[in-house]
Design a protein around this ligand. Structure first.
Ligand code: SF4
Length: 77
């Protein structure tokens, strides 16, 4: 069975660049203040969400494994 991910955007860091929407249009939305929100806090593991997190210019997107809380992105040192 595939992993389930928990996705969070740190809105104190997000600069509203919309890169996440470019990489994962179904995974994020921008509110009127141009702050990104995941469309669902829990999701099946998928490459688009990971690409969004990897390409966020300010690393505002954090992905963890829903069950264990283990970091998916950014990876733990
Ligand atoms: S890519 Fe990062 S900074 Fe840009 S809107 Fe998405 S979360 Fe915010």
């Amino acid at each position: 069975m595939g992993d389930r991910w928990h996705v969070e955007v740190d809105r104190s860091v997000c600069i509203g660049s919309a890169q996440c929407l470019h990489h994962a249009p179904a995974g994020f939305r921008l509110d009127p203040a141009r702050q990104s929100h995941p469309t669902a806090s829990d999701t099946d593991a998928n490459e688009r969400i990971l690409a969004a997190a990897e390409n966020c210019p300010v690393e505002a997107i954090a992905i963890t494994l829903r069950d264990s809380g283990e970091a998916v992105f950014p990876p733990e040192d």
